[in-house]
Design a protein around this ligand. Sequence first.
Ligand SMILES: Cc1ncc(COP(=O)(O)O)c(C=O)c1O
Length: 398
Amino acid sequence: MISQKMQGLVDNNSVIRQMFEEGKRMALEFGEDKVYDFSLGNPNVPAPDKVGQTIENLLKNEDPVMLHGYMPNAGFTDVRDRIASSLNRRFDTSFTADNIMMTVGAAGGLNCALKALINPGDEVLTFAPYFVEYRNYVANYDGVLKEVAPDTETFQPDLEAFKDAVTPKTRALIINNPNNPSGVIYPEDTITAIADILRKKQEEYGTEIFIISDEPYRELVYTGAEVPYITKYYDNTIVGYSFSKTLSLPGERIGYLVIPSEASDHDRLFQAVTIANRVLGFVNAPSLMQKVVAECLDEKADIDFYARNRDTLYDALREYGFSCIKPEGAFYMFIKSPTPDEKEFVSRAKEEHILLVPGSSFACPGFVRLAYCVSYETCVNSLPGFKKVAESFGLIRK
Ligand SMILES: Cc1ncc(COP(=O)(O)O)c(C=O)c1O
């Protein structure tokens, strides 16, 4: 008999992952080009050339014992140094290697941060809609995830509701900027307001409340919009970054945490996340990939590729009568379901071989998520199917 904690997870296995499996099955049955799989945030753009070149160089020129060996649990010091310098250059911060811990992607980093902070029963807040794994990650450490309902017109945080949701048990707030699944960016005045609320609540309750800023999409912005660097607004902050999306390396599992020196009890907190990295079984982030990303810090995702997909789908879906916010960042579109039960919409789309994820998977029923990190052809070829779906819900006349 498996553990009680895992029974729940096995019974409710991720809808997104199930969709992904279903997409693979449908591609075999109907042909790859007849299935429009918008279910998973798996970038379709290849990694920048520099990634492959750097791997070749490292394998040719570096000492293999060093390259593939164990290292400090926080990662190679020279890599952490280079990441700190790159952040300082871009965001006018003053980090050193002592502020950076290399992680196994954003997922590994979030787990280390939560393990370091959470006592059983502690509450962690997040704004709906949110990345569905947060609930599981918080539960790993016997914390309780509490969601703050969204303003479904703008998908910006409802700050009044947030203020009311903070209690003496609140240990952390997870924010995700730019946001998966809504594609919105929380601007500077929102971040300032969140920071003000938390500072007051810390004082009122005599507690420490951390912002954990989950930022795998930081570099994926379309309109030149700024994504505020959160450590500049609030001291008790942990930033989680990942190269999964920016460098199209999700399978390589590489990212980092930033623990600013201003965070309360910084040295012990840094030790705690580092030891968490070890005892959770990651031990350290993949060694070769640490060296690779250190050489590729100035490389960028092909944002024009995603922008073209976004514009093509957004313009067509609006024309067919669907309603959704134009994404400012990440590579997701959050579409309002034309019928109250969005699962009905998802099923109807599937009949046209279009795979979408129900918003209830992101604590936001009534909407569906479309991940447009797919080929341009997939976007264009899916449009007749979307049109038929729109017709069947009476959004446009035949
Ligand atoms: C908001 C968010 N956080 C974290 C992750 C996990 O990213 P990683 O592959 O770096 O673990 C994802 C992946 O899709 C995500 O969308």
